[in-house]
Design a protein around this ligand. Sequence first.
Ligand SMILES: Nc1ncnc2c1ncn2[C@@H]1O[C@H](COP(=O)(O)OP(=O)(O)OP(=O)(O)O)[C@@H](O)[C@H]1O
Ligand SMILES: [Mg+2]
Length: 265
Amino acid sequence: MTEPRVTPLIECRHLWKSFGDTVVLENLNLTVAEGEFVTMVGASGCGKTTFLRMLLGVEQPTAGQLELGGEPLPGEPRSDRGIVFQRYSVFPHLTVLGNALLPMEFQQAPLSGRLFGAQRRRAKERAMAMLERVGLVGSAHQYPAALSGGMQQRLSIAQSLVKQPRILLLDEPFGALDPGIRNDMQELTLDLWQREKLTVFMVTHDIEEGFKVGTRLLVFDKLRQDPHAPEAYGATITYDLPIDRRSGADEAMATPDSPGPEAGA
Ligand SMILES: Nc1ncnc2c1ncn2[C@@H]1O[C@H](COP(=O)(O)OP(=O)(O)OP(=O)(O)O)[C@@H](O)[C@H]1O
Ligand SMILES: [Mg+2]
């Protein structure tokens, strides 16, 4: 059975990115469907953040095509794409709720940054609903300084999801967190990915994390090197590995009920 061709959500064709004479990324070819969870690893400085910034629209390709839903990706950040950085980027002088409201204030009242009446009420409801999903409702009126690192990252995630983006861009979002909290954050991200039907691009320095949360892992590396001119060549996608996410739970569900060890003897 042949499946109808669906327009990919993101498509890169022969995509290059240089800064001056320095080639950072070369000849990226990638097709990502809606709903994928793409994890990315690669050496420091190989251009992973640059790639995310191109997906966000704040960095333009030097050559090649980058498309979103079959159209050239708009060269500016829009509400269909949200980003979370390694170090949280919340505003210390605003409460948790104030921070969660901010993206909607910027979007709906770009000049004054303030919402009034019904508009403010709706924005507040949406912000509180998102804080609920990331487990921060109880801290809505606290200031970021009173939050742990994991809570601050959850706030960053709430902030980037409150405008209901289709694509979530995560740049080593849990790198600074303790292992236990990191685990919780991975679960939360997977939960939000499923519930909000997101397409996720996540850079991680931890390949295990990449395999654990992704549906697909990309490795960025340089295929060619010139020791006399390290800037001459950029990194590209050297491995594109599908990850079989069928968990033990799925397999258990697929197995018909079998009698327990004591039964039927
Ligand atoms: N705006 C810019 N102007 C000039 N050079 C830049 C700019 N942004 C990034 N670079 C350079 O591009 C290269 C790739 O940087 P990038 O931050 O994308 O790497 P990275 O893979 O995210 O690294 P890390 O794992 O350390 O975060 C680096 O050499 C960096 O100095
Ligand atoms: Mg980076």
